[in-house]
Design a protein around this ligand. Structure first.
Ligand code: BES
Ligand code: ZN
Length: 457
């Protein structure tokens, strides 16, 4: 009965909730680009004010990078921590957007109404599902159902450089019974899901240098080494013909799926042809002896994310470049050690260099893979709450993406992360024309109300 009142309140205030989300989306909180640092401050201020308007004791907490937002509400029963990130990815290439990425709007599509704009799905829309559930609860009951800590980060999309020190310094303040994280999606875009396995990440940038300046490729071509030739040969050799990664020691720590997770996944009839078909592909390109679900959730990968050098402008220039560069990322699983792989990768690249060529490296973020046990009865309670809301039995799933804080909650704060999100495969997160279905937002808010009810009453 009381839950019904909260759900009704959510339904009647959906326009208000959507307007608030769009206000937050108008703030250009791109964390990776220093030019947007002020906007990250503005987003943090906006969240502090919004939490305060609900009676939450909220503050903006400085870090050497972008600020954290922390809010507390006292109460009885379990102590829940809720995490989301208010920063977003850059918007380029801007010309592929159908509108200003920071001027969100509701759009009608054949699949329903969507909230279009940067951050709608990753992660402002998802973050606000929990905030709006709390707002509705407060409006109906006058207080929140239990002790809640809100924890919003502004550096998730740029490797979270301030996160570990902040978590260590504020461990006592942050520690709760469970960490709820809303930054993931639904299986096949329709099955409500709790993610129990996330991949880790390692980013490396390679800079290859040969001659001390760009050269005329007629005058010097043939006698001098081209660094793009060196780089492309090394990159091409990172996979063998079966899709295995060739970096020595790369598979150390890669574990086979635990039996319970394998059993959970066997119940999921993953339609990989549809998944690939949606993006105009057809052939699973990973390790050829693995299933499509293993390829995206439980096997490690290596991908070149960017490659540049030489002349790439209009027309043609017969140049022999002096430098070539690439950004390479690895998704990690099991107990793979990102630092060991970094060392091995650098040595592997360096030993393949011909005379006159040198390589330097810039390291980017690292994070280990994480697996969550679902033995705490809260997991089954959350699964039932999600199933009730969506009318489909909720699933335990993996996620190929990386959310390093999930592992930090386990290691630094000894807390269990519970990852529940309402994104869809076609949300175009990190890409032009990002969207969040209004249904994801609405039912996401309702889902959290049900989870709060299940945990706290
Ligand atoms: N929300 C994503 C994680 C995600 C990706 C969830 C795909 C569901 C599907 C998160 O914000 C993200 O993009 N994480 C980065 C890692 C970070 C260290 C840059 C990622 O996975 O690339
Ligand atoms: Zn995200």
């Amino acid at each position: 009965m009381t839950l019904d009142a909260v759900l009704s309140r959510i339904d009647t205030d959906l326009t208000g909730a959507t307007d608030r989300l769009m206000e937050l989306m108008r703030i250009q909180s791109i964390s990776t680009d220093p030019d947007f640092a002020e906007h990250c401050q503005t987003a943090a201020d906006w969240l502090v004010a919004d939490l305060q308007s609900m009676g939450v004791d909220a503050s903006k907490r400085p870090t050497p990078g972008h600020p954290m937002v922390i809010g507390h509400v006292d109460g009885d029963g379990p102590h829940l921590l809720f995490y989301g990130h208010y920063d977003v990815q850059p918007v380029d290439p801007l010309e592929l957007w159908d509108r200003d990425p920071f001027d969100p709007e509701l759009q009608e599509t054949p699949a329903g109404t969507v909230i279009r704009g940067r951050g709608s799905s990753d992660d402002k829309g998802q973050l606000m599902t929990f905030v709006e559930a709390c707002r509705a609860w407060k409006e109906v009951h006058g207080s929140l159902p239990c002790k809640i800590t809100f924890f919003f980060e502004g550096e998730e999309e740029s490797g979270s450089p301030s996160l570990i020190p902040f978590m260590k310094e504020n461990a006592d303040e942050l520690r709760a019974d469970v960490a709820l994280i809303c930054d993931t999606g639904m299986f096949e875009s329709r099955v409500p899901s709790i993610v129990t396995m996330l991949r880790g990440l390692l980013g490396e940038e390679i800079h290859i240098k040969a001659a001390d300046k760009d050269l005329h490729s007629g005058m010097y071509g043939g006698i001098s080494m081209n660094p793009i030739r060196v780089l492309s040969k090394i990159l091409a050799g990172l996979h063998d013909d079966t899709g295995r990664i060739t970096v020595p020691g790369f598979y150390d720590g890669v574990t086979e799926l635990p039996d319970d997770i394998r059993a959970q996944w066997q119940g999921l009839a993953f339609d990989h042809a549809a998944f690939l078909g949606d993006v105009d592909l057809s052939h699973p390109a990973g390790e050829q002896d693995r299933t499509p679900l293993e390829m995206i959730w439980s096997r490690p990968t290596c991908d070149v994310n960017g490659i540049w050098g030489g002349y790439t402008g209009n027309g043609f220039k017969t140049v022999l470049p002096s430098e070539a560069h690439a950004k390479v990322s690895f998704r990690l699983v099991g107990d793979q050690d990102p630092h060991a792989i970094r060392e091995s990768f650098r040595a592997y690249v360096t030993e393949q260099l011909p005379p006159d060529v040198e390589a330097t490296f810039t390291g980017h973020g690292t994070g280990q893979a994480s697996v969550t046990e679902t033995t705490d009865p809260k997991f089954e309670a959350a699964r039932k709450a999600l199933s009730d809301e969506w009318g489909i039995s909720a699933a335990y799933v993996g996620c190929g993406g990386s959310i390093p804080i999930a592992g930090h909650f386990q290691e630094i704060l000894d807390m269990t992360p519970m990852l529940i999100g309402f994104g869809r495969d076609d949300d175009q997160i990190h890409s032009p024309n990002e969207k969040y279905d209004l249904e994801s937002f609405h039912k996401g808010i309702r889902s959290w109300a049900r989870v709060l009810d299940a945990f706290c009453s």
